[in-house]
Design a protein around this ligand. Structure first.
Ligand code: MLT
Length: 323
């Protein structure tokens, strides 16, 4: 008797699981962006959401849940029901570095399921226009000559811009005074206003302000120039060896989300990435599309694990203190 009951229960669960995927989504989906509006994560999420809602046939909303280098927003997503209606947007900082900087209340790998790898970009070294440097060499000399460390905007300890700043310090031997914001959108506003000196920013965030001449760019952390910004040298060309870093983004859902629903979300995201309008917007921001063979959930999972293995020893050796 007991076996029959279990079999019936299993059948019902399996059926509702399939049924759930068949009717998914039946209401709006929320992408939690763990940084403030107007920054690079927010911008990418909104571009994708615009297209995903067409494929999914439901509104795809972006909710900014900020703080603690992005770990507050990721924690909110981890705690949400595993039903596919809450997506965790993040990147190298939030879904790798945070785990080496904070005692997180969740496990970045065990408590999340990968959905899809998203576009990536190099970091760009930018300063306020008042800095009297016209090259990376002159900027580094100016930074070294400061009586007190120059101020560098970040999106908080463990964010991408913070990790990039620490990496820049170790590559140049300079010291920076970090000024944390809830995202690099507001940090950039203060850089334009001259309130802070530099940001080691995602290229996608700063590139339009560089083009407008409201801030100055010195180099990107890549081994080749960006097609969309050919006049910005690589760090190597600008005289700084060993400063290469790619910040990649991705989307995850809470563990326990039905596989069929993950597959549906992945398909909608891949459709968005293949949309010509989306590709044009991303590439104009200096973002590189992920290779086609890297678009499965498994590929994001493997990348995240590899990046944890690479970056955690570096970050822990830097002994980053969370204020
Ligand atoms: C970061 O520095 O981690 C991100 O660029 C912040 C953001 O997307 O606002």
């Amino acid at each position: 008797m007991k076996k029959a009951v279990w079999a019936a229960l299993f059948a019902v669960l399996a059926f509702t699981g399939v049924a759930r995927a068949d009717t998914f989504p039946s209401r709006p989906i929320t992408i939690i962006v763990p940084f403030s509006a107007g920054g690079p994560s927010d911008a990418m999420a909104r571009i994708l959401a615009e297209r995903m809602k067409v494929t999914l046939g439901q509104a795809v909303l972006v909710e900014n849940v900020t703080g603690a280098g992005g770990s507050i927003g990721v924690g909110r997503a981890v705690q949400s029901p595993p039903d596919g209606y809450t997506i965790s947007f993040g990147h190298l900082g939030t879904h790798v570095a945070n785990g080496a900087v904070y005692k997180l209340s969740y496990d970045l790998v065990a408590d999340l399921m990968p959905v899809v790898l998203l576009p990536s970009n190099p970091m760009i070294v930018v300063s306020k226009n008042a800095v009297p440097a016209k090259s990376l060499t002159e900027l580094i000399a100016w930074l070294k000559a400061r009586p007190a460390p120059a101020t560098a905007g970040t999106a908080g300890a463990g964010s991408g811009s913070h990790i990039a700043g620490v990496y820049f310090e170790s590559a140049t031997g300079i010291k920076l005074q970090y000024v944390p914001y809830r995202g690099t959108g507001p940090a950039l506003n203060d850089l334009i206003a001259g309130q802070i000196d530099v940001i080691v920013d995602q290229t996608s965030n700063s590139i339009n302000q560089v083009r407008a001449g409201t801030i100055r760019a010195y180099a990107i952390s890549d081994d080749k120039r960006l097609a969309s910004a050919p006049d910005i040298p690589t760090a190597q060309e600008a005289g700084l060896k060993g400063f290469t870093m790619t910040l990649w983004s991705g989307m995850w859902v809470p563990k326990g989300t039905p596989k069929d629903i993950v597959t549906k979300l992945n398909a909608a995201a891949v459709d968005a990435l293949n949309d010509p309008g989306v590709k044009k917007q991303m590439e104009n921001l200096g973002l590189e599309m992920p290779p086609p063979d890297q678009l499965t959930p498994e590929a994001l999972g493997a990348k995240q694990k590899a990046e944890i293995a690479k970056w955690w020893p570096i970050i822990k050796a830097a002994d980053i203190k969370v204020d």
